[in-house]
Design a protein around this ligand. Structure first.
Ligand SMILES: Cc1cc2nc3c(=O)[nH]c(=O)nc-3n(C[C@H](O)[C@H](O)[C@H](O)COP(=O)(O)O)c2cc1C
Length: 208
């Protein structure tokens, strides 16, 4: 059975525009993969702890040399990476908070972007290890003008960050859908949101 791993990160469970875009992407993916399953990680409903000094020590200690405490310290990271590895596709929904990702999503990232597990380093170059599956990302911005040339384009530390990060760990196909102006005038917000839905409908990679 094909599996979509869906990661939601808006603190809002109701009324979240990024989650609604995620619903549309998920629906398209399900239509394309009849009988597929979805594994959900709701980072607002069930927040992850931040990584600790012990987690970091364990990341850099070979598995066969880890004490019981160090093994415990990477158990959550191992589980989250296992979900990423097992999935056939990944969907991340994210609001922009203070020009970057919400801390809930950053906590997940710090558990899954991990040397020897999701990225290899040979002393010269990094090589992503999460390969062979697409990533879909839905982003909601409260303000407008983040698009190239826009007034706030230089302050978008979310879209380029997520794209580069996913490529860093191996994703070759990263499709990012955005809706701006969610806090703007109703007409502008609706126009942006409808355009994002149309972009999802037109995604070749999700054609049924
Ligand atoms: C703590 C916080 C910080 C925010 N920072 C920004 C920001 O830097 N830029 C922006 O355009 N919108 C910002 N917003 C607005 C959100 O991006 C907007 O409401 C978005 O729709 C939230 O996603 P959601 O609808 O999925 O909850 C912020 C909202 C909150 C709650």
């Amino acid at each position: 059975m094909k599996t979509l791993l869906r990661i939601d990160s808006s603190a809002r469970i109701e009324g979240s525009r990024s989650r609604l875009l995620g619903d549309a992407l998920e629906a398209r993916w399900r239509a394309r993969m009849p009988g597929a399953g979805v594994v959900r990680r709701d980072l607002a409903a069930e927040p992850l702890p931040h990584i600790s000094a012990t987690t970091i020590a364990a990341y850099y200690t070979p598995a066969e040399e880890r004490s019981a405490a160090l093994t415990d310290a990477v158990a959550l990271s191992d589980r989250l990476i296992g979900e990423l590895e097992a999935a056939d596709a990944v969907l991340i929904t994210s609001p922009m908070y203070n020009f970057g990702p919400p801390s809930a999503l950053k906590a997940w990232i710090d558990h899954v972007v991990r040397i020897h597990r999701t990225v290899a380093y040979d002393g010269t170059t990094f090589r992503g290890l999460v390969t062979g599956k697409p990533a879909f990302v839905a982003i909601a911005y409260g303000a407008a003008s983040y698009k190239p040339g826009g007034m706030l384009a230089g302050l978008d530390h979310l879209k380029p960050y997520l794209e580069q990060l996913l490529r860093f760990i191996g994703f070759e196909q990263v499709e990012i859908i955005t809706a701006e102006a969610t806090n703007g005038a109703a007409e502008a917000a609706a126009g942006e949101f409808d355009a994002a839905l149309r972009t999802i409908e037109a995604l070749d990679s999700l054609a049924a």
